[in-house]
Design a binder for this molecule. Sequence first.
Ligand SMILES: [Zn+2]
Ligand SMILES: [Zn+2]
Length: 256
Amino acid sequence: MVLIDTHAHLDSKKLAPDLDRVVSRAKQKGVSRIINVGITLESSQKSIEFAKRYPEIFASVGIHPHDTEELPDNYIEEIKKLVQDNREYVVALGEMGLDYYRNYSPKKNQKETFIKQLELANELQLPVIIHDRAAHEDTLEILEEFKNEVFGVFHCFAGDEKIADKALDLGYFISFTGNITFKKAEELRKVVKQVPLSRLMVETDCPYLSPEPFRGKINEPAYVRLVAEAIAEIKNVDFQEVVSITGENASNLFKI
Ligand SMILES: [Zn+2]
Ligand SMILES: [Zn+2]
């Protein structure tokens, strides 16, 4: 049985100082693989550093939409170099995408950085981890341009059933976090019900979005088990089945 946390930010100040114990608690709960996801060039380097240090950790490198305003001119070359120098540790590009909820960076920069990273993913033949918050239409429109060329996962899915259908049509996986356990997440649970298990993945997005009963506390990969349990309950299927199929999905997409 292999539980895979497909989206963690272990370089966060809340988790990094205690990383040995965070990883060992994850293993105790059956979480034997964790993808650490970069949001800046610096955190992408950290992801690789962790992947080198822990056999359980794999790296994704990329620029989050929040951090697209003040990038160095050569950031794409920098990402490419990080991948090429660390082929055995880097399993994906991202997280990348659009965030119109917070709009920390101008839309123009977000879109440009998203497109450039998709082009790079196509060139390097790596899967992508998509961050889409309140930007479904533009995200899907951009991904449509790369149809049949780039594949990956919508992480921390936050759309409705229609958006999920479109993401599935484009060939993407859909990944859920602890927020599916929140009391008011009825709409999201409808999406969980609808998406076939063969296209689902689980993640924590730690240190954020701790599932119930830990909501509001620091999240960590060990809690991805609670996300898988919630999916089993919502879909009325066996927990072991959720673990084995979501694990297989992640292991096939990321080749881990
Ligand atoms: Zn995200
Ligand atoms: Zn994230």
